[in-house]
Write a protein of this length. Structure first.
Length: 297
């Protein structure tokens, strides 16, 4: 029978529990989330069980990564439902602090990761990655030495956290897990529930475009402009607005010029709006599977 995880709200208490496990020789694995859990999150939790003896899931909707006018107040919150989903997934502890606990009124420290945060989503969401880096650093400090599992759907976020962890010599190993997708290829996201049926149908243009680009790459095409063409043509007619569709180096996230030639791998990342919902997705050509794999893939 699956055991319901224990909810901890106090940072000192959860740190003590993690320290006790480490003192016994056990390893700890953390899965940071904002709740509204779906199968993508649960896949991270199951993956975490292969990296740590004690699996901790944090559930915290972080106000510092939302800009004014974004969907902080609307972001779905249902802790009871999340707990029901976590019971069979292998989580032992759920850290669910209050905003006041994580951001006391006298707090005045933030963490900025330079360079890698300037393009892609960073250019359209000022302050977002400082909010992400700050809350993740706080979680790492609270939980202590551990492995932390993140999804690759938020690819820029993953790279930002990797760089922060390396630059600040944090005793945390970062694991990135492949994007979990719906049967029609759409990346799983808590924000998908904002979409109407008609908008949800239009959103399938995203994985279709990325799959077409994968097919071109697999046939030997390496010109950046040519590789971007099918994803742009698929998406631009289906979305209400486009923040970016960019080809970039997968490590540095530096954008690639249209006439450049891709190396063995190349990141294609995008952020678009369908209705009022902002959706992100990405794929690393030469490394990731196609969002819509065909025979033999």
């Amino acid at each position: 029978m699956s055991r319901t995880p224990t909810i901890i709200r106090d940072p000192q208490e959860i740190r003590s529990l993690c320290d006790e496990e480490r003192a016994r020789g056990a390893s700890v694995c953390l899965v940071p989330t904002m709740g509204a859990l779906h199968e993508g999150h649960l896949g991270l939790v199951r993956e975490a069980a292969s990296h740590g003896d004690l699996v901790v899931v944090s559930i915290f909707v972080n106000p510092a990564q939302f800009a004014p006018g974004e969907d902080f107040d609307l972001y779905p919150r249902n802790l009871a439902d999340d707990m029901d989903k976590l019971a069979p997934a292998g989580a032992a502890l759920v850290f669910a602090p209050s905003v006041e606990t994580m951001y006391p009124s006298n707090a005045g420290t933030t963490i900025s990761v330079n360079g890698i945060t300037e393009g892609l989503c960073g250019a359209h969401r000022p302050g977002h990655f400082a909010g992400v880096a700050t809350i993740v650093a706080k979680l790492f400090n609270i939980i202590g030495p551990c492995t932390a599992v993140f999804g690759r759907k938020d690819y820029q976020q993953l790279q930002v956290i990797r760089k922060m962890t390396l630059d600040l010599n944090m005793p945390v190993k970062i694991v990135g897990m492949a994007t979990v997708r719906e049967p029609d290829g759409l990346a799983m996201s808590s924000r998908n529930e904002y979409l109407s049926d008609e908008e949800r149908s239009r959103a399938t243009a995203i994985p279709s475009g990325l799959a077409a680009t994968h097919a071109l790459f697999d046939r030997g095409e390496r010109n950046v402009k040519a590789l971007l063409r099918p994803v742009i043509s698929s998406i631009e007619g289906a979305c209400d607005s486009i923040d970016y569709i960019t080809a970039a180096d997968p490590g540095s996230l530096e954008p690639l010029e249209d006439e450049a030639l891709a190396d063995e791998t190349m990141l294609i990342a995008l952020a678009v709006r369908i209705g009022k919902t902002r959706l992100i997705d990405n794929t690393v050509l030469g490394e990731d599977r196609s969002p819509l794999p065909g025979p033999g893939n």
